[in-house]
Write a protein that binds this ligand. Structure first.
Ligand SMILES: [Zn+2]
Length: 315
């Protein structure tokens, strides 16, 4: 039983889900609903078709033509191109009665959340088993696991984000938008009742590397496989061409370096750069086999910043 003060925005999102009929949302989005036996169907807005193959369940929908799958929040955000918060605002406009469930702003605990921050908090809080996994990985490669942890590298076991966000609709939607969680369709057929098929994008055990840009903001993660291929997975929409791994760290260290000139090594892979860094050198990696124009521009900015700081830097 929840008391008023415990009532959060997440409860509000659950109330919206319970109180707004998903068929009505489809209609407000301009889609015609057909009743077929026990089910409601509509022409799928996500692929071209003449016979409706998108089935609408109580709280979710599934397209048997293109596997599109989701709930009231995802259908709006995908058709309208809205963020989760814009989606909620649209729902409040279309169905004003839901606002009576809204928590008082003053008491609300929740402010807009960032997907990468959620993931970082989740990944960095390693279980004992995960700490052992990281130690094993580090020892095999002659690193110190504490050093890797300081470099924001973590061992992550399967579906950790999904478990971490459990019933938190807001966090889940935000993670879905950034594709840190994804929908997986398994054994889905019309005779079965709705089920959730969410899973982590970094499925199975992985060593997860936090990727920060020159300004020290998290821009994504790389997941290095322990056993499976492909060896590396990157979070979706990561601008690899626009990133020099560890330059944010090098920048800070260089600023405080007493030497007149700092030498910077440029490497191909994440762990090549870390190896050099581990041995006291300044090193960054390109996350690929060649350097791009954008990366050269970033290096240029870096050199200018350092020179302004009365230091020189060369490659
Ligand atoms: Zn479809």
């Amino acid at each position: 039983m929840i008391t008023i003060s415990d009532y959060t925005f997440n409860d509000y999102y659950n109330e919206i889900k319970k109180n707004v009929k998903i068929t009505e949302v489809f209609e407000r989005l301009g889609l015609k609903i057909y009743k077929r036996g026990k089910y409601y169907k509509t022409l799928c807005p996500f692929h071209k078709e003449t016979n409706p193959s998108l089935v609408i369940y109580k709280e979710s929908y599934h397209c048997f033509g293109c596997n599109a799958h989701g709930d009231i929040f995802t259908v709006i955000s995908q058709i309208k191109g809205y963020s989760f918060y814009d989606t909620v605002a649209w729902l409040e406009g279309e169905f004003p009665y839901i606002k009576s469930y809204k928590p008082k702003e003053k008491k609300a605990l929740v402010k807009p959340v960032n997907a990468f921050d959620i993931a970082f908090n989740c990944y960095s809080n390693m279980s004992d088993k995960e700490k052992l996994g990281l130690e094993y990985f580090a020892n095999n490669r002659k690193y110190d696991s504490r050093y890797l942890q300081d470099a924001e590298i973590f061992y992550v076991t399967g579906n950790k984000l999904l478990k971490y966000t459990e019933d938190n609709i807001e966090m889940k939607q935000v993670l879905l938008e950034k594709k840190l969680l994804k929908e997986k369709v398994v054994d889905y057929d019309e005779t079965k009742s709705e089920r959730s098929f969410l899973q982590d994008t970094f499925i199975n055990d992985r060593v997860v590397i936090t990727l920060r840009d020159y300004n020290n903001s998290i821009v994504g993660f790389a997941g290095r496989a322990i056993k499976d291929e492909p060896k590396y997975l990157f979070t979706q929409d990561l601008q690899k061409n626009n990133l020099l791994y560890r330059l944010n760290v090098v920048k800070e260290k260089c600023k405080n370096d007493e030497e007149e000139v700092c030498e910077l090594y440029l490497t191909e892979g994440i762990f090549d750069a870390l190896r050099l860094e581990f041995n006291g050198f300044y090193a960054v990696s390109v996350l690929g086999s060649q350097i791009t124009k954008d990366q050269v521009k970033i290096l240029d900015t870096f050199i200018k910043d350092m020179t302004r700081n009365k230091k020189g830097a060369f490659l």
